[in-house]
Design a protein around this ligand. Structure first.
Ligand SMILES: [Zn+2]
Length: 155
């Protein structure tokens, strides 16, 4: 009796890490196209992007000017490219600000380093948006605290 070799990708089941070369706008577009969930929940899904924590998702969506409740499969090509770039930018900034704290960005339970002082939206509920002065809003989405600017990130 023969046992078929399991596929490596099936075993792994994880999306690429955001700073890897394997994380591309085309790959991201493909993953988003299959999902009708809100962007916030989709980006926290390890099968889409590996290791993107709550802070980074909120910050990336702000930089890309996308509402967290936007359905993943409704993004245009330009919006997907913006989101891809935003994720890389925010992760790069986090690593620069927080040093080793952010080298393991999958686990952000403890010290948030210096990054929060510079955050666009994360944990800034009610404070003025750094771009337009609109108070930052906070909602629960997929069980996670979600921060965004209602003006910069229209639904
Ligand atoms: Zn704003």
């Amino acid at each position: 009796m023969q046992h078929p070799e399991p596929e490596i990708s099936g075993l792994r089941g994880m999306g690429p890490e955001p700073l890897e070369d394997a994380f591309t706008p085309a790959g991201l577009a493909q993953a988003l196209a299959k999902r009708t969930a809100p962007l916030k929940s989709t980006l926290l899904d390890q099968r889409v992007v590996a290791g993107l924590g709550n802070i980074y998702v909120d910050e990336s969506l702000f930089v890309a000017r996308l509402h967290p409740q936007r359905r993943a499969n409704t993004l245009t090509g330009q919006e997907t490219i913006a989101l891809h770039g935003a994720i890389r930018q925010v992760l790069g900034d986090g690593l620069a600000h927080g040093g080793t704290t952010f080298s393991s960005f999958a686990n952000l339970g403890g010290d948030k380093g210096n990054y929060l002082a510079a955050a666009w939206v994360f944990r800034r509920t009610g404070q003025p948006c750094r771009v337009c002065q609109t108070p930052i809003a906070r909602i629960r989405l997929g069980g996670r605290s979600t921060h965004f600017c209602p003006n910069c990130q229209p639904l």
